[in-house]
Unconditional design. Structure first.
Length: 83
C-alpha cells in the first residue's frame, strides 16, 4: 500500500545517507592510516584493514541505494503508475 511504500522510501533514504557518512569516515580513516604508514608509525595491516572497511561501506551504500530505488518503484506500483 501507499503508506507502507512511503515509509520504506523514508527508511531507505536514511540508510543511503548513513552509508554516505560511513564512506566519508572510511576515506578519512584510510587517509590517516596511509599517512601513519608513510611516516613509519603504522602497519600495512592497518592500511589494509582501513581499505577493507571503506570497501564494506561502499558496498553497503550501493545496496542501500538499490533498496531505495526499489522502494520508489514499489510506490509507483502502489499508486498505479508504470515506469
Amino acid at each position: 500500500d501507499v503508506e507502507t511504500a512511503l515509509l520504506n522510501i523514508a527508511s531507505n533514504l536514511e540508510r543511503v545517507r548513513s552509508s554516505e557518512t560511513a564512506i566519508e569516515q572510511g576515506k578519512e580513516s584510510l587517509r590517516i592510516e596511509q599517512e601513519k604508514y608513510a611516516l613509519g608509525r603504522g602497519s600495512i595491516t592497518d592500511v589494509l584493514d582501513a581499505q577493507a572497511a571503506l570497501l564494506t561501506s561502499q558496498t553497503n551504500y550501493y545496496r542501500s541505494l538499490s533498496e531505495y530505488n526499489t522502494s520508489i518503484a514499489e510506490l509507483h506500483l502502489a499508486i498505479g503508475e508504470e515506469e
